[in-house]
Design a protein around this ligand. Structure first.
Ligand code: SF4
Length: 350
């Protein structure tokens, strides 16, 4: 709930509205794990809140740490659903990749999250809860490789399990709560929504007047190949997707980042780069190239370094701003949904 909703709740409970600020501070800054910790509130109010609201909707089920510093958190929801958040360190900050759904219905070929289908949407509290829990985990397991005082995520990417635009209202609500100046105050430009290409979500976001960043997973420069890799392309083929992206850029004056996972022999050849250039030439956009992170369920491999660099150079030569990223967290099963799938597999086979 946002601060306005807490104020309304206080009115409904018959307690002074200033209590809403104390509750908000307890949840957002102190990151309380139970109402009993918020001793500034009268005991009767704490009891009333405990009956109605769950402040610990998520618990940490498992943490995997990779040699490159990536921490993958497998989190258990109250109903037993498992979701994933990934903490990615940089020199002076943490980025947290959060999930928007438990599972995913979109079934992209090289993504473990889609393999078991969609279980359910997350509510806003479970999305904000991932950030709060990650911050708490960092506080309690502080890492020497990150400067003191930065023990909470500074960047949020909604790029974990699920398609954010398939859970539009709860995701946007959560992002507004994370962005609230009197709350966690994570700057809008440090928050990225990543879609597999849900056109109606892109169009809706264009009308919101928000400053959040948008990234779109492209992964292929032709409909035939993209449909093979991403079934969503059947519903919204490239022409409609790119039209929505152009309209978004025009309406918001914001630059879209296109994600392109490079898969050896599938979409990494010079002709693919050329076709991509034809699609994006002259646009104000960025391209992120990401060599495939292996998933047991997809028989694909990352291209070798020379192929990745050649692809990157081709785009750069066409004046398309391009970054060749390294897939991180390989030893943690950190690609989207892998840890959950392993755990579910274990549970199912027991
Ligand atoms: S890549 Fe994203 S949209 Fe595609 S299956 Fe995975 S979680 Fe779903």
């Amino acid at each position: 709930m946002d601060l306005a909703e807490w104020r309304a709740e206080c009115q409904a409970l018959g307690v002074p509205v200033y209590r809403a600020g104390q509750i908000w501070h307890g949840l957002q800054d102190r990151m309380i794990g139970s109402w009993d910790e918020l001793t500034i509130l009268p005991a009767a109010l704490r009891r009333a809140l405990a009956e109605k609201f769950d402040v610990a909707a998520l618990t940490v089920a498992e943490v995997r740490e990779a040699a490159d510093g990536v921490r993958k958190l497998l989190l258990a929801c109250r109903d037993g659903e498992l979701i994933e958040s990934v903490l990615i360190p940089a020199k002076d900050r943490w980025t947290l990749c959060v999930s928007s759904q438990a599972g995913c219905a979109f079934g992209c070929a090289f993504c473990a999250s889609g393999k078991a289908g969609l279980a359910r949407n997350l509510v806003a509290g479970e999305i904000v809860g991932q950030v709060v829990l990650a911050a708490k985990w960092l506080r309690e397991n502080g890492s020497a490789d990150v400067a003191a005082g930065l023990l909470r995520p500074q960047n949020i990417v909604v790029m974990g399990m699920g398609e954010p635009f398939a859970n539009y209202d709860e995701v946007l609500k959560a992002l507004h709560i994370l962005n609230a100046p009197d709350g966690l105050n994570i700057g809008a430009r440090h928050i990225t929504i990543s879609t597999c290409g849900v056109v109606q979500g892109i169009r809706r976001l264009a009308e919101e007047g928000v400053q959040f960043e948008l990234s779109v997973s492209l992964h292929a420069p032709s409909d035939a190949l993209r449909t093979r890799l991403m079934p969503v392309n059947q519903r919204w083929p490239l022409v409609r997707l790119l039209e929505a992206c152009r309209d978004y850029t025009e309406a918001t004056n914001r630059i879209i980042t296109f994600e392109y996972t490079l898969v050896r022999g599938v979409n990494d050849q010079p002709e693919h780069a050329q076709r991509l250039i034809e699609l994006l030439r002259g646009w104000k956009c960025r391209v992120n190239l990401i060599p495939l992170s292996p998933v047991a369920e997809f028989a694909g491999e990352a291209p070798d370094e020379r192929t990745c660099e050649a692809f990157c150079d081709a785009l750069e030569s066409a004046r398309i701003s391009t970054t060749l990223r390294r897939s991180r967290g390989g030893q943690t099963n950190a690609a989207c949904g892998q840890l959950r799938l392993r755990r579910r597999g274990k549970v199912i086979s027991q």
